[in-house]
Design a protein around this ligand. Structure first.
Ligand code: AMP
Length: 142
């Protein structure tokens, strides 16, 4: 399947759709998942147009994974979860629903399951507050 430049993450990258951004850099963008599976669920995407891990350049993947590590550290500092899931899905059969490659950073809390994938939209106020907490951690870390 060819990359669709009208997917929602491409629109977010072009500023045509809103997102609660935590990190905005030359190669990558980080923002809150609209339908978080747990509080603090964050997504990291490359600016390079690539549908999945097979299409992304290895340089782009290197930048994406190191940015994911930085964001995951900030999410950990902001939410202090005992566990952290970092997930990346390739293809509809693997559960991918947005066809611009992304890593999910999903805090995990003891005894708390995940809400269903991409089902219920969080309130803008909650997403705004969570993004601010993560941004504050990123800004305080060199
Ligand atoms: P995946 O199923 O791995 O492709 O993940 C796509 C993720 O994007 C899901 O967790 C959705 O909740 C999330 N999502 C969909 N639309 C938006 C949006 N406009 N802003 C932020 N996250 C979104």
């Amino acid at each position: 399947m060819a990359y669709d430049p009208n997917n929602i993450f491409a629109k977010i990258l072009r500023g045509e759709a809103d997102a609660h951004v935590v990190l905005d850099e030359e190669h990558c963008l980080g923002f809150m998942d609209l339908m978080p599976q747990s509080p603090g669920h964050t997504l990291i995407i490359p600016r390079e147009p690539a549908e999945n891990i097979f299409d992304l350049s290895s340089e782009g993947l290197g930048q994406l994974i190191s940015t994911t590590q930085r964001v995951a550290r900030a999410v950990k500092a902001a939410f202090n979860p005992p566990g952290m899931m970092i997930v990346q899905l390739n293809g509809a059969d693997a559960g991918q629903t947005v066809f611009h490659i992304h890593f999910h950073v999903i805090p995990r809390y003891e005894g708390e399951g995940l809400t269903l994938h991409a089902r219920s939209v969080a309130s803008p106020a909650e997403l705004r507050e969570h993004a601010a907490r993560i941004r504050a951690e990123l800004e305080s870390t060199p």
